[in-house]
Structures are given as C-alpha cells and as structure tokens.
Write a protein that binds this ligand. Structure first.
Ligand code: DO4
Ligand code: MG
Length: 295
C-alpha cells in the first residue's frame, strides 16, 4: 500500500495505491494526519486506509499519470553514509586519487559501531518527482546517490519507505572531508518520492532491488543496480543513533546510504534525466539543471 500526493487544480491531494493496484483519493490532509487517525482508531495504518477506501470508487487513471508531488514535507532529511561496500570503495577512490594504500576514515566508519549520520536537507531544499534537482557550479564531479529512505515519526518509528536521491559532489568531498556539508547540501540537492510504501506492507526491507538509470540526450548513460540485502547496518540501529539526545519531527526522512555509484569517469550534466527505482516502492525521476537555469 503506497501513499502519494498529487496536484489537482493547484491543490495538493493525498492518494493511495492499494495492494490490488487501485488508486483512490484520500480526504486526510497528509500522511502524518493519516497515521495519527489510524493511531486514534487503534489500528495499523494500512488497515485503516483499507477501511477508508472500502466503499469508495477508485480513480480511473493510474497514479503515474497524475501530476505527482513530493509525498511528504519532510522538515528534515538526514542521511547515513558508507553503509554499503560500494560507497566505501567509491569514497576511498575520490579521497586518495585511487592510491589505496592506507586505512581511511571511510574504512573506519564502515566498521565502527557508530554510523555516519549527517543532515542532508530541509523541506525548502527537498524536491519531489518531476521537479528539477540542481548541480553545483563549483564542482566538476557530481553524481546522484540512489537510497532507500525511511519516513519516521517523532518517536523514530518507521512509518514507511520511499526512494531518495542524495545528490553529491565527489570532488568537494574528496578534497577534504570537512567540506562534506558543501558536497551534500545546496539548493534542490535532495529529492524524495513519489510514493511512500507503508512499513507494515513491506515484507522485507533488506531484500529490495535499487536501480539508478541516467539518460543524456535520449541515450542511457548509466544503468546500475544493487540490493538492500548488501546494507551493512540494521535500519533500527541507524534510527537509534539518529534519535540519541536529538529531537525528531513527524515526517523526518532518513536516507540509508547509497549502494550505487556511477563509474568514476561519470559526472552529471545539465539536462540529464535521473531515474531511481526501488522495487515495490516506485521510480523517482528528476532532471538535473544548474541553479542559474531555474529562473
Ligand atoms: O561519507 C560521506 C557520505 C556517504 C554517503 O552519502 C553514502 O554512503 O551514501
Ligand atoms: Mg549518500
């Protein structure tokens, strides 16, 4: 069961795709309200939504044909790093110019009990499906990072799963790890959506194929896939470190790290179309542009 939002006459509406692939409009204002209503009714959210649509007529169009919006206004997006071997390998490459002769802090954090967690984005910097993501003008080595996103409530419970893009500058991060915030955070450097699959309808979050495809001038220039089974950490452990002495807000998103990095010679160019697909969750599509091209 997947919750989404879409534009209808300049209004953001809430919708659901049920397990039998029917699409319904929901009256609740947003996902968090829906979760609260289910809690008040003392039933799991998916069961509550099933009861809401029981006697409703489904929309006649597939969800993909609607004008999909960001599924949740995440007040904060956090991200975990170096949670997959592929990320460790890529970061060691960019930090050492390919001369891998000593243990790096990426090797250390991959094995440490404490995960790398960083603030990735705020609601104002986060875009949804179909919206442009931005590339920085002071970087010449930029990639999307396809990541499984956890949608959390203020207690840290996982409400659902979404797809996320942690746009990253490999040259800025590789030059000096202290530049991480600049390598990760700028205008429109994060994208999430289009669907949030309710957590109680996902049988095994450690068995999801993640794919990243990039198209340039109509040709596919990147096509990579991996699986959340390769994640080094437990999702609950990432959340428990995020929660420590911290305040979480309903709808916070935690991106769980990338298992896919495009080949080292690849960098994003303006006009590239990025598709991030997570099995059972959906495909997040955005086009990359420079910030000065937005206006
Ligand atoms: O260590 C820097 C960031 C790592 C990251 O974003 C990832 O592994 O996905
Ligand atoms: Mg990342």
């Amino acid at each position: 069961m997947r919750i989404f939002r879409y534009w209808n006459n300049s209004l953001k509406c809430l919708g659901v795709i049920t397990d039998d692939d029917k699409v319904y409009r929901l009256d609740s204002p947003d996902l968090i309200a829906l979760v609260r209503e289910a809690k008040a009714a003392n039933v799991p959210t998916a069961e509550y939504v099933r009861s809401l649509v029981l006697n409703q007529v489904p929309l006649e169009v597939p969800a993909d044909s609607l004008d999909l919006a960001v599924p949740i206004d995440a007040p904060e997006v956090w991200a975990a790093g170096v949670t997959y071997l592929r990320s460790r390998e890529a970061r060691n490459y960019e930090a050492t110019d390919g001369r891998l002769d000593a243990e790096t802090f990426y090797d250390k954090v991959y094995d440490a009990e404490r995960p790398e967690l960083f603030m990735k984005s705020t609601a104002a910097r986060t875009v949804g499906p179909g919206e442009p993501v931005c590339i920085r003008s002071d970087s010449s080595w930029q990639v999307p990072e396809a990541e499984l996103g956890l949608v959390l409530d203020s207690e840290g419970a996982i409400i659902g799963y979404t797809a996320g893009n942690d746009m990253s500058c490999r040259d800025i991060e590789g030059e000096n790890p202290l530049y991480l915030p600049q390598a990760k955070i700028w205008r429109r450097s994060c994208s999430i959506g289009p669907f949030v699959r309710l957590a109680d309808t996902v049988a095994d979050p450690y068995a999801l194929t993640i794919a990243c495809r990039i198209y340039r001038d109509g040709a596919k220039v990147v096509d990579e896939s991996a699986n959340t089974g390769q994640l080094k950490r437990r999702l609950e452990d990432l959340v428990s470190f995020l929660k420590k002495d911290n305040e979480l807000f309903d709808g916070t998103v935690l991106l769980t790290g990338t298992c896919l990095v495009p080949p080292n010679q690849f960098t994003l160019a303006s006009g590239d179309r990025i598709e991030i697909e997570i099995e059972g969750i959906g495909t997040l599509t955005n086009t990359a542009v420079y910030t000065h091209e937005l206006e």
